[in-house]
Design a protein around this ligand. Structure first.
Ligand code: ADP
Length: 959
């Protein structure tokens, strides 16, 4: 059946209209029909249709701003057609001024601000419904009265009834929200209608159970009073009981009616003779009594008068309710205005939208954010949020999906497109707003512009990448520079070592020593710089292995003892016996730290000495090694105590400082110690020496490790036949000398191609491969050797990369390229010896390599290289011979044997087999101290060498 009551919603925005309809339908259907009109014209037509079909329009809910007609005007026109219909205005733009106007002129029942809560709307419509039916009742009563007047009543009575009803109607239509003014009107009208001398309101307090006369109208004088007289319910029990039951208490003659309220001194002057008391109710609670009093003797109260009293009392209740509601509304509105101010002035964007993507409302910040001048402009321009606002519409789909899952989404990041096309990074937090029917009414959320933050993060990332790139570039630069420095340094150090070992005249020796020291300092500096850059760039790994710290300290002491002795200072070490024989740590790094501190101690101490102390304590499973290096040297001022641990910092900043150095040593020590899980600091005063205190963490080595003897560096067991592939003539000479010294025979190839050519004709026990070479580099050579399709005979030959590329990871890289071993330049003899020992072990353990084809006659190995290196060899040989002759004269057999051994090695390498044999003989004779035979051997060796020299002279020297 079609409901007889209807609610009409009017809004020109389809999505808002749908929302209103959905909310109200959920709350009022099916008892009430909810009608939606998209325009004021349509709304008026609907109201007319309702009127003709005799249906009640119980509430009108309308938007304020609509094309053609304002909400204000529409309310006025609808109330003209349906006067009892309360109107509710919904607007986002309501000012207090507008509200005052609308309420005054068109009888606005309620105002709701957008964005509104569904519950708020439903409550307003429910109130409207109640008000409507109250009005309707009065009107119905009115018509009944009119009918009664029209039928039987005598004309004067009929006109009195009509007059009373007019008064009633007037009172009921008084929509003033001011309780006092309505109450005064009711008291006056009631006095008039009842022909009473006085009317008053006795307000009831159920807390103190008393009646208080708060408002009194004196009909004779026309004055209003507030006597504030109090009557206790307990003093008038039957009266209070009857009123409490909701009865109207009528006293025709107060003096003889026990149930009536007696005259009260001070209130009733003269005595009250008749009274009528109607209880006033509000929301089911007694709040007072409307009392009519007569003073001119007993009188009757007619039925209409009783009825009127009841209605008037009812109206007082309604007026009180209206006032309270009005107050609540004012408070609510103030709160709303406050919130609206937040909404309007917020710096973040706030919006409400339908799930389908229509914007319902938004604040100015949101509009501004997206490049619109106002929320209205944005609402007018945007019809599909996903497609028009989101740079990637699927982001909004994802947001909705997440909302459906969790109801709330926080900090959802996406990109929005501004009106001018520029892109905005935003963080969005949103929630779903449910409708009463259990569905989703709409969604609302806030949007924050995080573009600056995103930009800053991106800039930071770019800067970080640039810094990383710069760091990598620095790493590459350091690698290159170090390579370029190490290569010639290899030659410098090797040749200086050679010169010093082989009989340089005493005056030149001192110079050569200085040169040698400088070269070693330079090498140490390069190593420091490289080390530091490795640590700093994070390309640095600790290599943990078992170590005997007692022995390590002894080694270091032995190493530095000559230096200390040369300066005339003491050097000693104490290692706590409690330190386990073997601990797990990075021995190389620990050695580096200790050596650095001791070297500094020696460097900065001129008198007294340097001492090292090492102790330990347990920390759970770890062992904490604690140590101190103390000296009696120059000391360090307090201001430099922190600074010296920073890179390139020295205590003495003056240009005239006495001590050299890079200022990197302690920075490296600190980084290493920290990486080892410890710390380092200094205690020192100028002139009083320094104490460097440090600790680091180690672990106890497993039992098995403790039992096993430390690995000894292997010695090659037999002479090897080696191919050295090296483009630098100096380095060729160095390698040749070093290898010859070790008793190996060597062939030289100056580049990769030459190496491959040699390897296609002969086998070698080991191949020393320089990496950076013209024509074909070491890696290319290694690949060709390993390539079974290449002409190389032995594809499994032992390849030793020999390079000045000494950055972290180089070893691994070369091993991955097919090398078997790696040694860095400048080549340390121990490293070379160890690598060759491994090569020998490998040669002994592997199956025989494929046989080499017989050598073609006349093709001497390494001819070109040997010719190129000849002058160096010639120089070396002549020096050694001179040294032997001098030693012979000095009667120093040991020196003769040493020199002969050296010349034996290099002459073998240079293919001077006779000289080689003669030197072998000299070495043996010297050892046996056969001086006569020695003379002869030596003479033959000199003559052999001179011959060889003559043989080689016509050949072009190397360019
Ligand atoms: P370098 O010794 O190469 O300058 P370090 O980083 O090892 O670099 O040392 C930094 C500075 O700390 C030194 O230059 C020196 O001024 C000061 N320093 C280090 N050790 C000592 C010490 N034992 N006595 C006095 N000063 C020292």
């Amino acid at each position: 059946m079609e409901p007889t009551a209807a609610i009409l919603c009017v809004d020109d925005e389809p999505q808002v209209l749908t929302l209103l309809h959905r909310i109200l339908n959920g709350a009022f259907a099916p008892a009430v029909r909810v009608i939606a009109s998209g325009s004021p014209g349509e709304a008026l037509a609907q109201v007319e249709a309702l009127a003709t079909s005799g249906r009640d329009l119980i509430a009108l809910v309308t938007d304020e701003r609509m094309p053609g007609m304002s909400g204000e005007e529409l309310i006025a026109r609808i109330r003209a057609l349906s006067p009892a219909t309360p109107a509710i205005l919904i607007s986002a733009f309501a000012s207090t001024e507008l509200l005052g106007r609308v309420m005054g002129h068109s009888g606005l029942f309620r105002y709701i601000a957008k964005p509104f809560q569904p519950a708020e709307l439903i409550a307003a419509v429910r109130d409207a419904e109640r008000a409507f039916f109250q009005q309707k009742e009065f009107r119905h009563l009115d018509s009944l009265m009119r009918q009664a007047a029209g039928s039987g009543a005598t004309p004067p009575e009929a006109s009195r009834i009509l007059q009373r009803q007019e008064a009633l109607l007037e009172l009921s239509l008084n929509s003033s929200q001011n309780f006092e003014s309505r109450l005064f009107a009711i008291l006056e009208r009631t006095a008039d209608v009842l022909a009473a001398d006085r009317t008053c309101l006795l307000q009831y307090s159920n807390v103190s159970e008393c009646f208080e006369c708060t408002h009194l109208f004196d009909a004779k004088t026309g004055a209003h009073h507030s006597p504030r007289t109090i009557l206790y319910a307990a003093d008038h029990p039957s009266y209070a009981a009857a009123i409490g039951r909701g009865e109207i208490v009528i006293a025709k003659d107060v003096a003889h009616d026990p149930g009536a309220l007696p005259s009260i001194a001070g209130l009733h002057q003269p005595r009250v003779t008749a009274s009528i008391d109607a209880p006033v109710w509000q929301n089911g609670r007694l709040i007072g009594v409307l009392r009519g009093e007569a003073f001119s003797g007993p009188r009757d109260w007619s039925q209409e008068e009783i009825y009127f009293s009841m209605l008037a009392a009812h109206m007082i209740g309604a007026a009180r309710e209206a006032e309270q509601r009005h107050r609540a509304e004012v408070r609510l509105r103030q709160a709303e205005e406050r919130y609206r101010a937040i909404f309007e002035n917020a710096v973040v964007g706030i919006y409400q939208s339908s799930m389908e993507g229509r914007l319902i409302s938004c604040n100015p910040a949101m509009a501004r954010l997206l490049g619109f001048e106002s929320p209205a402009a944005m609402k007018g321009a945007v019809s599909d949020i996903a497609g028009e606002i989101y740079a990637d519409p699927s982001r909004r789909d994802e947001l909705i999906a997440r909302l459906r899952e969790n109801q709330v989404v926080v900090d959802f990041e996406s990109t929005l497109r501004r009106r001018d096309g520029t892109i905005l990074f935003v963080s969005e937090s949103a929630r779903l707003v449910p409708d009463p029917a259990g569905g989703i009414a709409y969604m609302e959320g806030i949007i924050q512009d995080i573009t600056p933050r995103v930009r800053a993060a991106r800039d930071l990332k770019l800067a970080k990448e640039a810094a990383e790139h710069a760091n990598r570039a620095k790493g590459a630069f350091l690698a290159t520079v170090s390579h370029e420095i190490r290569t010639p340094l290899n030659g410098v150090i090797g040749l200086l070592d050679f010169l010093l070992e082989n009989g340089l005249p005493a005056n030149l020796r001192a110079h050569a020593r200085l040169a040698q020291e400088s070269a070693h300092t330079l090498l140490a500096t390069i190593n420091d710089v490289l080390d530091f850059s490795k640590i700093e760039s994070g390309r640095f790994e600790l290599a943990e292995s078992p170590v005997d710290l007692h022995r390590l300290v002894a080694d270091i002491m032995a190493l530095h003892a000559p230096g200390a002795a040369a300066k005339g200072i003491g050097l000693c070490a104490t290692v706590d016996p409690a330190i386990p024989q073997r601990v797990l740590t990075d021995p190389l790094r620990v050695r580096q730290v200790l050596q650095n501190l001791i070297a500094n101690g020696i460097k900065f101490t001129d008198a007294g000495g340097v001492s090292l102390r090492l102790g330990s304590r347990a920390d759970g499973k770890a062992i904490v090694i604690e140590g101190a290096v103390e000296d009696t040297g120059i000391g360090i001022p307090a201001e430099a105590h922190d600074r010296i641990f920073r890179e390139f910092e020295q205590a003495d900043k003056t240009t005239s400082r006495r001590f050299g150095g890079t200022g990197l040593g302690l920075a490296i020590c600190r980084s290493l110690i920290e990486r080892l899980g410890g710390a380092i600091r200094v205690e020192s005063e100028p002139g009083k020496g320094s104490r460097f205190l440090f600790h680091f963490r180690a672990r106890s080595a497993p039992e098995a490790d403790a039992a096993r003897p430390p690995p000894r560096s292997p010695e090659p067991t037999r002479p090897l036949h080696i191919l050295c592939v090296e483009d630098s003539p100096t380095n060729q000479a160095i390698a040749r000398m070093q290898l010859a010294h070790m008793g190996h025979s060597v062939e030289i190839a100056s580049n990769g191609q030459e190496a491959i050519a040699r390897l296609s004709r002969a086998n070698f026990d080991a191949i020393l491969l320089d990496i950076r070479m013209p024509v074909m580099d070491g890696i290319g050579v290694a690949r060709l050797i390993r390539d079974t399709g290449s002409p190389v005979i032995d594809h499994a030959a032992y390849l030793i990369a020999m390079t000045a590329d000494a950055m972290e990871g180089d070893r691994e890289r070369y091993l991955a390229e097919g090398m078997d071993d790696y040694i860095s330049k400048p080549v340390a003899p121990e490293a070379l010896r160890a690598a060759l020992a491994r090569a020998a072990a490998y040669a002994d353990s592997r199956p025989q390599p494929p046989p080499a084809p017989p050598q073609a006659a006349g093709s001497q190995p390494a001819t070109i290289a040997i010719e190129a290196l000849w002058p160096i060899f010639a120089e070396e040989a002549s020096t050694l011979l001179r040294e032997m002759e001098q030693a012979m004269a000095d009667g120093d057999a040991a020196r003769i044997a040493r020199a002969a051994h050296t010349l034996k090695g290099s002459s073998g390498s240079f293919g001077c087999h006779r000289l080689h044999r003669l030197c072998d003989g000299i070495e043996k004779e010297a050892a046996a101290s056969h001086s006569d035979a020695l003379h002869e051997w030596l003479r033959q060796a000199r003559s052999e060498f001179d011959h060889t020299l003559i043989e080689h002279t016509p050949i072009n020297p190397p360019s």
